[in-house]
Design a protein around this ligand. Structure first.
Ligand SMILES: NC(=O)c1ccc[n+]([C@@H]2O[C@H](COP(=O)([O-])OP(=O)(O)OC[C@H]3O[C@@H](n4cnc5c(N)ncnc54)[C@H](O)[C@@H]3O)[C@@H](O)[C@H]2O)c1
Length: 345
């Protein structure tokens, strides 16, 4: 019942296929305010109790990133047919492995909120990349000024999408700045890395203080640029600034800015579609989010330990602890002055 929980609750309520059966929050004030706004009677501070009382078809949780495994367990024990969760799916590979085991063992359908995919400008870039108009795609890229645990799973999800969801074979990365390692979305202040995909495509990603400005976009959190380059052209999306492409046919561009009101309804509708029909797998299904998160963790391992890291990952690890151990205690260098508000010493 925080920011994202309210988005989800309101969008479930607005969809005729769903009924909002109950809500939970550890904060009584938040819970009461949400219950009054949503008009829901079944509520409580203990998610397990609420889920046990309503036995939902869909168990949705939008908690901070450190609350994941116990919520997955509660969702599965409640008998829900689907669990809808927020990104990132975990904070470490050790936790992600546990969650994957639960998902595979229970057979429950799981979706992860990488809902930017529904933006008209994101879809346009996907459509162009998939149409063959770029020739042979050789590079996909994504940058964001927001930090890793907020933004990198988004970037990786969308560049994987532009690259036909190809598997990654290895990564290599560097990280700088310790400030955000203490954040609720623990991250190095800056991480930059390369991803080698099995289809030969190169991924290049950057998140945080040193990532390049996106001068076309005003809003700081929307300074994200993702795209695909091929032998015949390129197409890219800016989270807060539309899309553009150059192909053999010429140059084209269009509007679009990330908008929860537009992105959430189709994200929720696809949940109903998948529940109705096993063949209509949700675009944001767990398997896809897991692949992106595994790349994220590999990038952290490389940044902490050096060298290339092969995928899939073998043994579980605590990558955030590895970064806390390894990232040099030196003030991060900024790519633009506006970044000082988040990454100053
Ligand atoms: N997909 C997106 O575009 C997007 C955007 C913003 C945030 N997020 C993600 O959504 C998640 C939540 O972010 P937010 O901005 O809504 O945070 P928030 O702080 O506004 O809300 C989180 C809520 O969870 C509650 N909570 C914590 N532990 C709980 C528990 N055990 N049981 C019940 N409630 C509990 C808190 O009281 C709080 O109200 C994060 O993982 C974040 O990364 C995703």
């Amino acid at each position: 019942m925080g920011k994202r929980g309210m988005h989800h609750a309101a969008t479930f309520q607005a969809n005729e296929r769903f009924e909002l059966a109950g809500i939970a929050n550890v904060s009584p004030e938040r819970l009461e305010a949400a219950a009054a706004k949503l008009g829901v009677n079944v509520k409580g501070s203990d998610a397990a109790q609420v889920a046990g009382a309503v036995r939902p078809d869909v168990f949705c949780f939008c908690t901070p990133p450190h609350v994941r495994l116990e919520m997955m367990q509660i969702g599965i024990e409640s008998g829900a047919r689907m669990i809808a969760m927020e990104k990132p799916i975990a904070l470490t590979s050790a936790e992600a492995f546990e969650i994957r085991k639960l998902v595979e063992g229970s057979g429950v359908k799981v979706v992860v909120s990488h809902q930017h995919r529904y933006g008209a400008h994101y879809r346009k870039v996907k459509e162009i990349a998939a149409s063959g108009a770029l020739g042979r795609v050789h590079t996909v890229y994504g940058t964001s000024t927001g930090w890793m645990m907020h933004m990198l799973s988004h970037l990786l999800d969308y560049v994987r999408w532009f690259n036909g969801e190809a598997d990654a074979e290895w990564v290599m990365a560097q990280a700088a700045g310790r400030g955000k390692l203490a954040d609720a979305h623990p991250s190095p202040d800056y991480i930059a890395g390369f991803v080698h995909f099995a289809n030969g495509v190169r991924g290049v990603v950057e998140c945080g203080a040193g990532a390049p400005d996106v001068p076309e976009v005003e809003a700081w959190w929307r300074k994200c640029r993702m795209g695909a380059q091929g032998t015949d052209g390129f197409a890219e999306v800016l989270t807060g600034g539309g899309w553009r492409a150059v192909t053999k046919e010429g140059a084209a561009s269009g509007q679009g800015s990330m908008n929860y009101d537009l992105d959430m309804p189709p994200y929720i509708q696809e949940m109903a579609d998948w529940l109705d029909d096993d063949e209509r797998v949700h675009s944001c299904h767990f398997g896809s989010a897991y692949k992106g998160f595994e790349i994220l963790m590999a990038l952290c391992r490389s940044a902490a330990g050096g060298g290339q890291v092969a995928l899939p990952l073998g043994e579980p690890a605590d990558e955030i602890a590895m970064l806390r151990e390894a990232v040099v205690d030196r003030q991060v260098l900024l790519s633009m002055r506006e970044n000082a508000k988040e990454y100053a010493a």
